[in-house]
Ligand binder design. Sequence first.
Ligand code: AMP
Length: 177
Amino acid sequence: MSPSIKSLIRTIPDFPKPGIQFRDITTLLADAEGLKLTIDLLADRYRNKGISKVAGIESRGFILGAPLAIALGAGFVPIRKPGKLPGEKIGLDYQLEYGHDRVEIHVDAIARGEKVLLVDDLIATGGTALAAASLIEQVGGALLECAFVIDLPDLGGRERLHAAGYSTYALCEFEGD
Ligand code: AMP
């Protein structure tokens, strides 16, 4: 757990809709030391683990994933919202509290057996990360872990990912959400 990282994350109540406590990492990203510490802590955990691809989930996972990939000497793979990837791709729909969403990946983004780290800013219910993890495996990747800056433990995403056989890690937690 990193208290300094947690203190740089801002909470905006009732965004994007009433009742949601939005954990806003723009304040962390705007802080030069906070941004560097975030990437350094993640890079320290995953260095020398044979990771050759970091997959980031659109869009905050891109901001964290690309510098982390550089720090690890790995390539970066975007996991995108529907209709954005130009090449041959596969996708997966998943349920949200109201309605559904979808993520997509290029089929040739990861070589068979390559070790992959999945990164996003936050895990809530785990639906987004679970869909992204499944896509990584479907295109042949070996998913080492799913890494987040923030875990909202009350929403059960971590348990959901563990139940599906995926390992998770987060730099801080916000309870009571
Ligand atoms: P979930 O699929 O429920 O785990 O939701 C995770 C995705 O939704 C991540 O990409 C987050 O950026 C976003 N998200 C969900 N809840 C919040 C929240 N309370 N504050 C900020 N982002 C959130």
